[in-house]
Design a protein around this ligand. Structure first.
Ligand code: D5M
Ligand code: FE
Ligand code: ZN
Length: 465
């Protein structure tokens, strides 16, 4: 067994003192490598090494402490995944990739025929059949029906959703560039397709979410906006204190880490930190004040320093110099696995598009928009509106595989719902209402953190305001 004097000496050799509880723990564990791991992970300015510095130390429900190395894998969106757009032809490949991959989810339920063949063959004018393609245009007719132009790789055709047919409410939510299947019949003149049924890629009804067999807790947050004069530092401190005494192993931050520079007109008047490097330095020191046992997964948002077009690259090393070693930078979006529980992280810029395109959608009720992403199996279907998309050769905004949790932010209003076994969490913000939001009538729900239990997938909202 490691004796106390040896342990204390090992830490003193690196000019650090060590808490008696850590000494007791280390002598029980009798693992000299663990001392090295702790020393490697504590922030540089640590004076006393506390229990919080032991990587992966968690307490089970009976209060026993044990080592459960946080098991966190970045499944999609690891830093460096995304490349620049090399050719204008990538754009065509991008939509082809989207059509083929999302089409697969529809094909298995309703095998489609090419639109060109449909238009040519007169025999399809009597019998119902299915087509599949991208929504090119969606508009209401003067009689209140919905007229959609659907395009597949062979041709395109206008599709009419009649307002008195059962699928009309789904048809009302159709947005440009989503992939759909439509069952129906061709008009007598062969120029219009009458829709009877709408298929979206969707979450299979049989989806059974994975649950971790080991205890573990993750906290989901977003939109911290460090550097803004409305950043709520006191609430953040209460949250950080709570985290220190918690059993949390993972902290997920879904973008808008800092307020940024020049994101909107006259922003400098609302900034307390007017330098982007300093904003990230302050954010970094906030991360260093959190227990180093917690794995922190950080993805960017539209206020961050990386390019706005999605997928957004991870925050580059230039800005993360003082971030502690337990931080992992990922892209936006990213899919992370926490003890096998998969969380799809996405900042949520496309929610602005859903709100402007879907009748009745509003900032106050974000849950239907998250469900909409899952039904479309796509985080940002519409190209060329408010959400800038970098159309590379592959579509990284597709939701595949089906995650256990969809974690978004951006709207600054908390919302939690369940859709076919997928937990949807829109985390709030750590920023009070801005002048702009006041003008837009957006009332944020700041200083909330969502705690996710990885064994049960139950979520709890904590309010630090
Ligand atoms: O977004 C914070 C909130 O403000 C979110 O609900 C979107 C909304 N927002 C942001 N910019 C605009 C514009 N230009 N028009 C309308 N609504 C907007 P954040 O990303 O933190 O700025
Ligand atoms: Fe934000
Ligand atoms: Zn945002």
């Amino acid at each position: 067994m490691l004796d106390a004097a040896t342990i204390v000496q090992r830490f003193l050799a690196t000019k650090m003192q060590v808490h008696p509880e850590v000494v007791r723990y280390l002598s029980e564990k009798d693992d000299p490598d663990l001392i090295d791991r702790i020393i490697a992970n504590v922030p540089g300015d640590t004076i006393v090494v506390s229990v919080n510095h032991i990587p992966g130390l968690v307490q089970d429900r009976d209060g026993n402490r044990f080592l459960a190395d946080p098991q966190c894998d970045v499944v999609q969106g690891a830093a460096g995944t995304t490349r620049g757009i090399a050719h204008i032809t990538d754009y065509t490949k991008y939509f082809r990739d989207r059509y083929l991959r999302l089409g697969e989810c529809i094909r298995v339920r309703a095998p489609p025929m090419p639109i060109e063949a449909l238009k040519k063959g007169s025999r399809y004018r009597q019998e119902a059949c299915t087509i599949m393609g991208l929504v090119m245009e969606a508009k209401a007719t003067t009689n209140g029906h919905r007229l959609i132009e659907v395009e597949d790789p062979t041709s395109s055709i206008p599709v009419l959703f009649h307002k008195e047919r059962p699928h009309f409410s789904d048809a009302e939510t159709l947005v440009p560039d989503e992939v759909i299947g439509v069952k129906g019949t061709l008009s007598a003149d062969g120029r219009l397709f009458f829709a009877e049924q709408l298929f979206r890629p969707d979450i299979p009804l049989t989806h059974a979410p994975f649950k971790s067999s080991d205890p573990g807790q993750a906290v989901l947050i977003s939109d911290i906006h460090v550097g803004s004069d409305t950043f709520l530092d006191e609430a953040w401190t209460r949250f950080a204190d709570w985290l220190s005494d918690s059993e949390v192993s993972y902290l997920l931050i879904a973008g808008d880490l800092v307020d940024g520079i020049g994101v909107y007109p006259n922003q400098e008047q609302e900034l307390t930190i007017k330098n982007i490097y300093e904003q990230y330095e302050t954010f970094g020191s906030m991360m260093r004040d959190l227990p180093s046992r917690i794995k922190i997964i950080i993805s960017p948002g539209n206020h961050d320093v990386v390019r706005a077009a999605e997928p957004q690259p991870a925050i580059p090393a230039e800005f993360t110099g003082n971030f502690p070693a337990n931080c992992v930078m990922v892209e936006n979006p990213a899919l992370v696995s926490l003890q096998g529980v998969r969380v799809q992280m996405y900042h949520g810029r496309s929610i602005d598009d859903f709100i402007s395109l879907v009748p009745g959608a509003s900032y106050d009720n974000v849950a239907p928009m998250m469900m909409g992403m899952l039904q479309r199996r796509h985080l940002a279907p519409t190209y060329g509106k408010r959400t800038p998309i970098a159309a590379g050769t592959e579509d990284h905004l597709i939701i595949d595989p089906v995650p256990e949790v969809l974690h978004t932010g951006h709207v600054h209003i908390m919302g939690i719902t369940d859709y076919r076994g997928v937990l949807c969490v829109n985390s709030g913000t750590w920023q009070a209402q801005t002048a702009f939001q006041k003008q837009m009538n957006i009332t944020p729900t700041p200083a909330r953190a969502v705690v996710l239990d990885l064994q049960t997938l139950n979520s709890t909202i904590l309010d630090f305001s």
